[in-house]
Design a protein around this ligand. Structure first.
Ligand code: TXE
Length: 482
């Protein structure tokens, strides 16, 4: 399946003349070519976006809302094709793409179709001074959206929807590892009536195509989701240019399990928060901490459930854990597992730890769901983001120790707490260093809420009006009257 760039509502081969292979993680085979675009392609997209901006930024709110709603409808109508494409490109189980990724991509457009009709600003009546202030929130112009491979269409649309809802024109680059649903989105938006040049999709590598977007002087803001190291590189380029930056980066999220929790709900949710999407979700609870009273029971029960998870071809309905996204990512995960095996004084592999050969798909990128008991929180596997079907496990005594362990990392994206104690929930909500804290649930999302991390998990917040604030410039007008 060869795909092309989508510029000015037309498909274009890369001006760079360069292409790269696209792999199917389930089979390890090449199944298409994608453009390896460079700065000339980004410039061409920029020209289209700039040309479209005056009209799009002056488009009435209800017209924009109708178009975004139509995009949401068309994503829903194309759910099966999009889900199949997503599963093939990413290696995630088809049922997951059908039930989570693609419905959320539709919800992203539907949400901002409504949000833009409710988005307002303020006025300040300076009583007694014959002065009126009012605030305008104007679109920025041409903005860049760069997204990762773990939730391809879900995160791609999470950035594009608010950006265009706010009246901007977009140059969007999906991950070169999972480009297909982004490619399919272009024609869906065109069919929905999105004017030419409002959304432009360029495919290519990060250092070449992504970097060209970040350093383009006409692109006013960058919304990025990806690794922390990449986020730092983007910030180093964009900060001196005073571009607005939204960086949703890596995580090493704690899952704190207290002995008073709702045990069965905790146990089943923890299997999901550990291994959903092959553990390739920045919100996964990859560091599990269990209060000592229930540690042995949890260890036995959790390992049993993990060993029942079927690793298989993403298209099989019985598959619970599919293929990880690429050979290089598989090797990165295996390096961490090998390190654990080489240091038995710090690590004990409780289950998993091996690649799997699925009959007929021996070259696919499959890893067993893996649970590793660790002796301390400062070890490499508790400090570095593995981003695969690997979780660590250790015990804690009390709240103070749980908080110290949870916060003892460079990251601060999300945290999960399992307890029936209200005071404890509020206390930990206050003291955990994270942008999102779930209590007795996981990945429970209300799109109006602020989404983002602290420390090395990034800067800025997506979601709800936070996203519209990011994609607009605030201006105050002050009028003195007679
Ligand atoms: O992401 P990258 P990768 C974490 C996870 C993973 C690590 C690296 O630990 O192992 O990040 O993953 C583009 N200028 N997460 O390498 O490199 C790139 O083309 C501009 C967590 O896949 O961050 C892609 O479109 N763009 C994350 C996007 O950035 C650049 C989800 C993400 O790629 C660029 C995925 C550059 N210099 C990985 N370099 C999450 N928070 O959900 C790369 N890109």
């Amino acid at each position: 399946m060869d795909i092309k760039n989508f510029i000015n509502n037309e498909e274009h081969i890369p001006l760079s003349g360069m292409w790269m292979d696209n792999y199917d993680p389930a089979t390890g085979k090449i199944y298409g070519e994608i453009p390896s675009s460079n700065h000339t392609d980004v410039e061409s997209a920029y020209q289209a976006a700039t040309k479209a901006f005056p009209s799009w930024s002056n488009t009435p709110i209800d017209t924009k809302s109708k178009i975004l709603s139509k995009i949401a409808d068309l994503i829903e109508e194309n759910l099966e094709d999009l889900a199949r494409a997503e599963s093939k490109d990413n290696g995630k189980p088809l049922w997951l793409a059908q039930s989570v990724d693609i419905p959320r991509a539709s919800s992203n457009f539907r949400f901002f179709a409504h949000a833009i009709t409710q988005y307002a600003s303020q006025s300040h009546d300076s009583t007694g001074r014959n002065t009126l202030n009012y605030t305008l929130r104007k679109p920025l112009g041409v903005v860049g959206c760069i997204s990762p491979w773990n939730l391809p269409l879900y995160l791609f649309t999470w950035k594009i929807a608010p950006a265009i809802a706010a009246g901007n024109c977009v140059i969007a680059k999906p991950s070169e590892v999972t480009p297909v649903t982004a490619y399919l989105l272009g024609n869906i938006c065109k069919k929905a009536g999105l004017p030419a040049g409002v959304l432009n999709i360029v495919h290519g590598t990060g250092p070449e195509c992504g970097q060209a977007i970040v350093e383009h002087p006409g692109i006013k803001a960058i919304s990025f989701t990806g690794g922390t190291n990449t986020g730092a590189r983007i910030a180093a380029t964009a900060a001196p240019m005073f571009k607005k930056l939204s960086l949703e980066l890596g995580g090493k999220n704690p899952n704190l399990i207290f002995s008073d929790c709702d045990y069965e709900k905790m146990l089943h949710t923890t299997v999901r928060s550990s291994f959903a999407n092959q553990g390739q979700i920045c919100l996964c609870g990859s560091r599990i901490f269990v209060q000592e009273e229930i540690y042995d029971k949890f260890k036995k029960d959790f390992i049993k459930l993990v060993q029942e998870l079927t690793v298989g071809h993403p298209m099989s309905s019985t598959t619970k854990v599919g293929a990880v996204v690429s050979a290089s990512h598989r090797d990165k995960i295996l390096d961490y597992i090998a390190f654990a095996k080489a240091n038995p004084e710090e690590y004990t592999i409780l289950t998993g730890g091996n690649t799997l050969q699925i009959p007929n798909y021996e070259d696919g990128y499959y890893i067993e769901p893996t649970v590793i008991e660790v002796s301390n929180n400062t070890c490499k596997l508790n400090q570095e983001e593995i981003f695969g079907p690997v979780v660590t496990l250790m015990t804690f005594k009390d709240e103070e120790e749980a908080i110290a362990l949870a916060n003892g990392t460079r990251y601060g994206l999300s945290a999960t707490v399992w307890t029936e104690n209200l005071n404890r929930s509020i206390k930990l909500g206050n003291e955990l260093e994270a942008g999102i804290v779930w209590v007795n649930t996981w990945l429970n999302r209300d799109l109006r809420t602020a989404f983002g991390g602290v420390k090395d998990s990034g800067i800025g917040r997506e979601g709800g009006f936070h996203a519209l604030d990011f994609f607009t410039e605030t201006k105050n007008i002050c009028i003195e009257y007679k």
